[in-house]
Design a protein around this ligand. Structure first.
Ligand code: BG6
Length: 471
């Protein structure tokens, strides 16, 4: 639809930025923190591990001051489960509570709304050793952890996100390490883990309403609309398949507590049907979100899967789709450019995704990730000219504004990432932040913070509540 008049961004719009604990904090074993699966994972030789990251643990005051200078209204970060419970359960680590209390207080003092992800990929290693999400006891451990978070931080944190990108954990579990790829049927195991995570999420949402009645809670999957490669009806079916499997499964469960019919027939066809115990469906139906947070980087395009093009879908990179035999096959979209890391860039797809989610679930939306990973260059005089990032963000925000004009209730935009951090599998050289962190893969240098050009651009945008976008 073409609009004669574009609506303004709403008042109190949550302009901000996002990070996750293991990618930014460092201090991986400091002050009683236990190891997580991310600390124990393998790293490609050419990239750094997460041990020091951006050392936000020690430098959080500097970072929050810079966020405040940018005008942030919100900061979306995750709590490291292993700082609170070093082995996932048992004794609370007071130093972990202290760190997040300090961070939250610092944010509030600066007028920045804390938006907290409870779990962002970094499962306690001690739980992983006991079977991780395959073990139903992890559901209880998560519920207990959530209870502790609401008890200690619920007085000040009013926006809670349950699990970051559960769909990435499942769709790329063999590469991320959530499951042993040598199992006879790893996908069946992954969908059993998925069922357990969904139960944990439903319990946490229910608990949030009981314990902190003025707080809002929601899921945080990675949602990116899937396009058919052509108007060929079989391609449309393939797009419906992948939309149901990668997107709607996660939101249908969070919002309605039911498996959608396409996903269920896919499970049956492939032999992935999870074991559902008595009472599980009641628990799933009882956890209601107040809003939907989601991460968006691009769209996917698929065609019908035929024997000649059938391949696996397990690259370990959640933004590169290959396909699954008999279900869909990935297709390069000829209308889109790619980033230097091969991810398609689709700002209009952002509008389409926002509209689709809102129409399906009718809940307020919060964008908790969107951004451009690039090899930024630090130039003489501490200058980082990331005009390509400004261009990326501007185009996405223009489309977000059109989605608002279309009627979508968008409450905030927290791109990835507030400051530079270590990418999931491509190191610190793949940068996303508004603030440059002076280190390389293996040379920690001085870790000093440097404002990029995008910092000033975003600052102006927030100051004008988005008006400078159109000037
Ligand atoms: C999201 C994750 O999928 O994408 C983040 O929630 C991640 O943790 C971000 O960093 C960007 O991906 P990558 O692989 O470039 O770090």
């Amino acid at each position: 639809m073409q609009h004669k008049k574009i609506k303004a961004f709403p008042e109190n719009f949550l302009w901000g930025g996002s990070t996750s604990a293991y990618q930014i904090e460092g201090a991986w074993d400091k002050d009683g923190k236990g190891p997580s699966v991310m600390d124990m994972g393998k790293h490609p030789d050419a990239v750094t591990d997460f041990k020091v990251a951006s050392n936000h643990y020690d430098l959080y005051k500097t970072d929050v001051a810079l966020m405040a200078e940018m005008g942030f209204k919100a900061y979306r970060f995750s709590i490291a489960w292993t700082r609170i419970y070093p082995t996932g359960t048992g004794e609370i680590n007071p130093k972990g509570i202290e760190f997040y209390n300090n961070l939250i207080n610092e944010l509030i003092e600066k007028g920045i709304e804390p938006v907290v992800t409870m779990y962002h990929f970094d499962l306690p290693y001690a739980l992983e050793e006991k079977g991780g999400w395959s073990n139903r006891e992890t559901i209880d451990a998560f519920e207990n952890y959530a209870k502790t978070l609401f008890t200690h931080f619920g007085d000040r944190v009013k926006y809670w996100l349950t699990i970051n990108e559960q769909n990435t954990l499942i769709l790329h579990g063999k590469a991320i390490g959530s499951v042993d790829p040598n199992l006879e049927n790893p996908e069946k195991e992954l969908y059993q883990q998925n069922h357990h995570m969904l139960l944990a999420q439903a319990k946490a949402m229910r608990l949030c309403h009981e314990m902190v009645s003025d707080a809002k809670v929601g899921p945080a999957p990675n949602i990116q609309l899937v396009y058919p490669a052509s108007s060929k009806p079989e391609d449309v079916i393939a797009a419906q398949n992948f939309n149901s499997i990668r997107n709607w499964l996660y939101l249908d469960m969070a919002c309605y507590g039911r498996y959608n019919s396409t996903v269920w027939s896919y499970f049956e066809e492939k032999g992935y049907t999870p074991t559902i115990e008595d009472g599980d469906m009641e628990i799933l139906a009882s956890g209601k979100p107040n809003f939907i947070a989601f991460n968006y980087y691009n769209t996917f395009t698929v065609e019908q899967s035929v024997p000649e093009n059938a391949e696996g879908n397990h690259t370990g990179d959640e933004h590169l789709t290959i396909g699954e035999a008999g279900v869909y096959n990935g297709h390069t979209n000829p209308h889109l450019q790619k980033t230097e890391f091969g991810w398609e860039v689709d700002p209009v797809g952002f509008r389409a995704t926002l509209r689709e989610i809102y129409e399906r679930y009718n809940l307020p939306l919060l964008v908790t990730e969107n951004g451009l990973g690039a090899y930024d260059k630090l130039e003489e005089g501490d200058i980082v000219n990331d005009d390509y990032r400004i261009d990326y963000l501007r185009k996405h925000l223009e489309q977000a504004q059109l989605a608002i004009t279309d009627g979508v209730e968008l409450i905030g935009y927290c791109p990835w990432s507030a400051i530079d951090l270590v990418s999931t599998h491509q190191g610190i050289s793949k940068r996303y932040g508004f603030i440059y962190v002076n280190r390389d893969e293996f040379d920690l240098k001085d870790l000093r913070r440097i404002r990029k050009q995008s910092f000033y651009w975003f600052q102006k945008l927030i100051e004008t509540n988005g008006k400078s976008l159109n000037s």
